[in-house]
Structures are given as C-alpha cells and as structure tokens.
Design a protein. Structure first.
Lengths: 330, 226
C-alpha cells in the first residue's frame, strides 16, 4: 500500500483530471459511434450546406483567433502591470481617438481583436479606449482596406468612406462609453484572476485558457451564422432593396446575420448590386463591429450584460455614421 | 478542465494540421490560408502538449482558477472537431446557387484583350467567361474555343446550368457565377463536376451562354472555388 502511494504521489489530485480527459474521450467515441448518422444527414443538401458554412467560419477564424490569444497572452505575461495605463493618455477625449487610430496597426479580422481588447482592459487601459480599439481594429487595418479597394475597382471613394465611417463609429462609441458607460459591466474581465509563475508558463496557461474560452463562443457564433445563412431566403432582401431607408437597415441586418470575416465582406458588398452604395457602406461598417459571432465572443470575454448594451449602441452609431459619410462621399 | 482542456487543444491543433496536410481545407477556405492554418495548428498542438504535461506533472497547475461558469464553453470546440475527424462536410454544392447574391460579372469594368484562337482550347475561369460575355457582347472571345470547369447546378432548356463559387475568405462568403451550357443535352446529374469545351454564344440574355462541343465528367478539383 505504502509503496503504491509513493509511486503515485498525486493520485488523489489526479482524479478530476482523469474525469475531464475521460469526458473528452467519451465525446469523441460517441461521435465515432454516430458516424453513419452524420454521414446520412450530410446527404441532405441543406444540412451539407449548413455544415460546410459552419466549419468554414470556424476554420477561417482559427488562425486569427490563435494570433489574437497569443498576442493577448504575451501582453499578460511580458508587459508589466501598470505599464500600459502609464504610457497612454489619461483623458478619454484623447485616449479614445488614439486607441481607435491604433487599431489600424493590427492586421487581421475581428476574432483576434476581442481577446486583445479584453486583455487591455484587464491591464488597466481605460475601457472606453480599449473598446474603441476593439471596434476599429478589424475595420480600418491595411489588409481590410486593400481588400475593399480590390472589391470596388476604380472607386477609391468607397475605401475612404469605409475608413472614415468606421473610425468615426469607433471614436463616437468610445466617447459615449466614457461618458455614460458602466465599466462594472465588464465583469468577466475583472473577475478573472491572472496566472502566476514564470513568464513562459503564464503565457502558455493564459493562451490555453483564452483559446478554449473564445473558441467555444466562436463555435456558438459560427453555428448561429450558418443557421441564419441557410434558413433565411435572400429573395426577401431583393424585395426591400429599392426602398432606401429600409434597404439601409436591411443590409446592416444582413451584416449582423452573416457574420463574415471583415476581410471578405467587401467582396460580398460588391456583389449586392441591387443596393445603393450607401447601403453597402453600412454593410461594411456594421459587419466588423456587430455580428452574431462577435456578440457571442464579446459576451464570453466581457460579460453578457455588457454585450447586450454595447452591440445595440454600436449598431445605431455605425448606421448613423454610414448614413452621414455615405451622403457626403458616395 | 486543465488536462481535458489540453486534450481539446491537442485535438483542435491536430484537426487543423490534418486539414492542411490532406488539402481538405480547400473546401472551406482559400488555398492561401494553408500556411496560416498549419502554423495555427502547430501552435495549438504545442499549447495542448504544454498544458497536458503541466497538468500531469504538477499537483498545483498554473491554471488553477475556475471562475463561475468555468471554461465549460470550450467543450463546444469538440463539435466541429468531432465532425471533421469523422466526416468532413463537402464542398458547397448547387443548393446555394440561386439562394444568395451572385457574382457581379460587370464589376470588372475595363475592356478586355482579344483572345488569340489557337489549336488548343483556352482554359479560363467562369468569372472570366462571364466578364468577357458581358463586355461588348463577347467580341473579345474572337471565336476562340474555351475550356471551363464547374459543377452542374440544374437543368436548362437544351442543356444545363454550370456554376462555380467565388470565395474571398471562406465558404460563408461564397457567391456563384452561373452559365448556361447548350448543345450537348441535359448533361450529368446535379452537383457532378464537369469540364466543358466550347465557344461563346451571343444572345444568351441575362445568363452567359456556351455552345459546348464536349462535356467530360471529372472528380471534384483540389480547389473547388475560383
């Protein structure tokens, strides 16, 4: 008996670990047993379409999500606490525009910017500034702007309008949040305890935790978007394309529902030729800031109370600034 | 959750790497995403291994916290993983053709160079065919024989509809280019892949038309999208 406990000194501690591992194994075995059923389901064209779109959104997002959680974990592990708030302007009127403009430096799409913004808040950056960064990064970075220019050849004003309307939205939402937002809604960020230990161990543990957490919410969002894309017939859209104010809102709604990668939405916007350029601008401004996949990610990172208030606020501001910039430039 | 989380990461990374190595990823995203996917897969595998090692070696792992709600949502990652390990969902098929926005073949804009008809048919994308067709009623074809590859998306009078999706990032943003193929009868069954040889036929109306001389059924190509 005694020798056994020496051989397995942490046997008692290891039990919950084994339960989790057994759980994962069980899921995989169960799925393997259900394989004929899965195969049968995929023979139906609608189910196959859903599954392909679902897997495509998840696969497309993974590299960006991994980049986001690694950067976020690196900030947690390597940047000393208190450093970021010290170098950033303290007044919201200055910090918010600076953070929004800094979004241009993160090449990627929206899945990466959510964990990074969460980390910035946890590290003491003014929440309004971190949120302005969250909104602007996926919309105004060079990769997205080049994609927009390619999708709308010979129309540089579309690129300019997208840049200005997105930046304007990020700054206005940030300033509104600085004045009227309730930072205690960012409960999940504040509640999470930071990991302790040597930097590399902290980096690995943080990245592992964030990846599973954000990844899980990404799956919820991807499944929602795939369902809506498969179920909602798009003839409905053609019917409203002519009526301008309605078309405007309809395309913003489509952006929320489709949950496209911000690097791809310009190509889809270009193909929606029955709509006016202003309505398509709204599609491209709303998409990277509010969509079903993003709201799920934000709820997971910051808390659902936050996401329920932040998403409608962003949607309204994005619509207003698309209308203004569209009227001015397009 | 720690060891289980490491195991989930290991599975996620393995599936990403496997998708890349087998080329299956081309069904879902652009071919150019291969290297980023492989790197992400490798990084996640390392992360999973480090976490597993840590969980089994230390009684008090670094990741000791378990906040309310925990990290249970991470288990959802197993859904696409299980699906991809067992049955990979197919390439987008004819189901989506006609349901969503189609590619705007007029968006190319510029006047296209004339083709030089030669002995061999000229391979081109469906998009290029469509763009040439709407550009001055297809004068740039110059009578050349062309070769197109796509899937059958339904029957048409005297032929069938040939389609292929354009994707910008992933299959979620796919939009099809659709042509009418005439001259060889009904063609293969829906969703079968074909290579069609023929010439542009003016007067097709909204949908560009190809008068085919030869239709060959082929296996689905490595990159099913344009």
């Amino acid at each position: 008996m005694r020798s056994a406990s020496v051989e397995h000194p942490d046997r008692r501690r290891a039990r919950p670990v084994d339960a989790g591992v057994a759980g994962v194994a069980l899921v995989v075995v169960a799925a393997a047993a259900l394989r004929p059923l899965l195969q049968h389901l995929l023979d139906r064209p609608a189910v196959a379409h859903w599954a392909t779109v679902f897997v495509a959104i998840a696969v497309q997002a993974m590299p960006f999500l991994v980049l986001g959680v690694v950067i976020s974990a690196a900030v947690a592990a390597l940047v000393p606490a208190g450093f970021l708030p010290r170098i950033l302007p303290r007044r919201p009127a200055l910090a918010v525009p600076v953070a929004a403009a800094a979004g241009a430096a993160l090449p990627g799409c929206e899945c990466g910017s959510v964990p990074i913004a969460g980390r910035l808040v946890a590290r003491g950056v003014l929440p309004a500034a971190a949120l302005a960064f969250l909104l602007s990064a996926p919309a105004i970075n060079p990769v997205v702007l080049v994609a927009t220019a390619v999708a709308f050849p010979g129309r540089p004003e579309v690129v300019a309008a997208r840049f200005l309307a997105s930046l304007l939205t990020a700054i206005v939402v940030g300033l509104v949040w600085a004045r009227a937002g309730r930072d205690e809604l960012l409960e999940r960020v504040y509640r999470r305890r930071s990991h302790e230990g040597p930097p590399l161990a902290v980096l690995a543990a943080t990245a592992q935790h964030d990846l599973l957490h954000a990844g899980g919410f990404l799956i919820v969002g991807a499944a929602t978007a795939a369902t809506l894309q498969t179920v909602v017939p798009r003839d409905v859209l053609d019917a409203v394309a002519g009526a301008e104010p309605l078309a405007f809102v309809a395309l913003a709604g489509l952006a929320v529902v489709m949950a496209l990668c911000s690097e791809a939405d310009a190509f889809v916007a270009a193909s929606l030729t029955q709509f006016s350029l202003s309505a398509r601008l709204a599609f491209m401004v709303v998409g990277p800031m509010v969509d079903v996949k993003l709201v799920a990610l934000q709820a997971g990172t910051f808390g659902s109370g936050f996401a329920l208030r932040f998403a409608p606020l962003t949607l309204v501001v994005a619509l207003a600034s698309s209308a203004v910039i569209g009227w001015w430039l397009l | 959750m720690t060891a289980a989380g490491g195991l989930i990461s290991l599975l996620v990374g393995t599936v990403l790497l496997r998708l890349t190595l087998t080329g299956t990823y081309a069904r879902y995203v652009r071919l150019g995403m291969g290297p980023p996917l492989a790197i992400a897969g490798a990084a996640v595998i390392v992360l999973g291994l480090v976490t597993l090692l840590h969980a089994f070696r230390h009684t008090n792992p670094v990741d000791a916290h378990d906040h309310r709600g925990g990290n249970r949502v991470g288990w959802l990652l197993l859904a696409p993983i299980a699906a991809l390990l067992l049955v990979a969902p197919p390439t987008l098929g004819s189901y989506g053709v006609g349901r969503g926005a189609e590619v705007d073949i007029r968006s190319g804009g510029s006047v296209l160079d004339r083709l030089e008809p030669g002995a061999a048919p000229i391979p081109m994308t469906l998009l290029e065919f469509g763009q040439r067709a709407v550009d001055q009623d297809g004068v740039s074809f110059n009578g050349a024989t062309v070769q197109l590859t796509g899937f059958v998306a339904g029957a048409e009078k005297g032929g069938f509809r040939l389609a292929r999706y354009q994707i910008a990032c992933c299959a979620a943003d796919a939009a099809p280019v659709v042509l009418r193929v005439v001259g060889t009868g009904a063609g293969p069954a829906r969703d079968r892949w074909v290579t069609v040889t023929g010439t542009f036929q003016p007067g097709g109306g909204e949908m560009p038309e190809l008068a085919a001389t030869n239709v060959v059924e082929i296996p689905a190509p490595l990159d099913p999208y344009e």
